[in-house]
Design a protein around this ligand. Structure first.
Ligand code: AHR
Length: 500
């Protein structure tokens, strides 16, 4: 048995937890849209072809914002293809995922789906094969009430009110050699600044996200952010972070510590943004939009998705990760990393939402169900409210090949009028951890809920045949006596405790 002692002090707030931390991402990729959220002819499809069972799960997940339509896809996308009468929409080749894009679902359809799930739209513009003029056209089409050709076209297309999209991503992963239209940091920084300035002339209150690095392992990580922000600091509000983690070569210990890498990435990007702020003597602070994060077994993506000129499949299955208990524990821990940086990470999108790298599986003509990663996301989105607090963790550490020595227990905490929530991870593969926390200063006297994700087999996963094999279970190992909370954490587990 390991022991961990936690300090949670209401006098040490990190910052308010933005509801936008619980965003997700839907890309035209694999079976994310077609065969995911949209499957006309499915027994659960509504009048618009959207699956009601998927809508119900997305609502249960508690997703607040959804980034759309890519991802790599957006860097070759012509937004006009996805508006207007469906029978007139062109069928195109999607060069990002080597698929056929029918454009059956576009801006109008996706916005109406978001209304059904109750989430905000975060739109990305194509700065790969296109540039400022097309971004302005899309903005005019989406946000101008009426009286211009594009605004009136939107009205004719069935949307009298503007979409009023607030958050816009200025391209996607523009540092990536895989991206259509990859740019140098200098060139992208200038383009982002130009595009942002022009977009703000049209709609001054937009919230604009410049592309940061595609990941902390990119050779230009850090320098990319510095150069981009040197050009675009005054024109944007956010710099993006992206990170995907996977268990490599059976090294579960390193994988379970992935959140330490996310912590470092966030802190590096914040430090870089603040360096630019200092150099510019700017009163303005740039926040982080962590708009792609998840566990993703990138190494399992077949090298060269079919590259034949006569083979462009329609919504082929790509990266439909089975997700294990360990994957769910890591996702829960990544959310804890976002929460403890709530002062600077004010928007985030789990990538993605349905079928592709997703917490929700939707079977063709069949049921939709929850993968292991669904549970920590839904619970954290529900319980992490109010303000994030600093948490001190005193516990043993262990060595990892990837991240050096890491603490065996990790924790995050939030407090909100009369309620508090603690999120805990035990990274030990063999030992239970007993955590004690003095919660007297929080003024909490009752445990409202205590839920754990764990399994004797950390590689257990939900499947079509057993969609409830992995789920959250109430823990009997939590007690609050005399202002001291004690929680027993099984090996490789994620736990949420809410207090009142
Ligand atoms: O989410 C899958 C892909 O990962 C996105 O299209 C891209 O932005 C990232 O590389």
């Amino acid at each position: 048995m390991l022991h961990a002692s936690l300090t949670v002090d209401p006098a040490r707030p990190v910052g308010p937890v933005s509801r936008r931390l619980f965003g997700a991402f839907v890309e035209h990729m694999g079976r994310g849209v077609y065969g995911g959220i949209y499957e006309p002819g499915h027994p659960a499809a509504d009048e618009d072809g959207f699956r009601r069972d998927v809508i119900d799960l997305v609502r249960e997940l508690g997703v607040t914002t959804v980034r759309y339509p890519g991802g790599n896809f957006v860097s070759g996308f012509r937004w006009e293809d996805g508006v207007g009468p469906r029978e007139d929409r062109p069928v195109r080749l999607d060069l990002a995922w080597h698929s056929t894009e029918t454009n059956e679902v576009g801006l109008h359809e996706f916005a109406s789906w978001l209304e059904k799930v109750g989430a905000e739209l975060m739109l990305a513009v194509n700065l790969g094969t296109r540039g400022t003029p097309e971004a302005l056209d899309l903005l005019e089409y989406a946000n101008v009430p009426s009286g211009t050709t594009l605004a009136d076209q939107r009205i004719r297309n069935g949307r009298p009110q503007p979409f009023d999209v607030r958050m816009w991503c200025l391209g996607n992963e523009m540092d990536g050699p895989w991206q259509l239209g990859q740019l140098s940091a200098e060139d992208y920084g200038k383009l982002a600044a130009r595009t942002a300035k022009a977009m703000r002339r049209l709609d001054p209150d937009l919230e604009l996200v410049a592309c940061g690095s595609s990941g902390a392992a990119m050779p230009t990580f850090g320098e990319w952010e510095r150069a981009v922000l040197t050009h675009a600091y005054d024109d944007v509000d956010f710099i993006s972070c992206h990170a995907y983690y996977e268990e490599k070569d059976g090294d579960l210990g390193s994988f379970l510590a992935s959140a330490t890498d996310m912590d470092r990435s966030i802190e590096t990007v914040v430090a870089t943004a603040d360096h630019v702020k200092a150099v510019r003597r700017s009163p303005k602070t740039i926040d982080v939009s962590f708009d792609e994060w998840n566990v993703w077994y990138v190494s399992r993506v077949p090298a060269g998705l079919a590259k034949r000129i006569d083979d462009w499949p329609l919504a082929p299955p790509i990266s439909e990760e089975p997700y294990t208990v360990a994957d769910g524990v890591v996702v829960g821990n990544l959310l804890m990393s976002l929460i403890r940086h709530a002062d600077r990470v004010t928007s985030a999108s789990m990538a993605q939402l349905v079928n592709v790298i997703a917490p929700i599986a939707a079977e063709p003509q069949g049921p939709a169900w929850r993968r292991s990663t669904f549970f920590p996301f839904a619970t954290t989105a529900r319980l992490a409210r109010g303000v994030a607090l600093h948490v001190g963790v005193d516990c043993p550490g262990y060595d990892t090949a990837e991240h050096g020595e890491v603490p065996v227990v990790d924790a995050a905490a939030t407090v909100d009028a009369g309620a508090a929530a603690l999120f805990l991870v035990n990274r030990s593969q063999t030992e239970e951890a007993e955590v004690t926390v003095d919660v007297a200063a929080l003024g909490m006297s009752t445990i409202e809920e205590a839920l754990t994700l764990s399994d004797p087999d950390p590689h257990a996963a939900n499947t079509t045949d057993r969609p409830d094999r992995v789920r959250l279970r109430p823990t009997t190992r939590a007690a609050l006596i005399g202002g001291r909370l004690r929680v027993g954490l099984p090996p490789v587990s994620w736990t949420a405790v809410s207090l009142h």
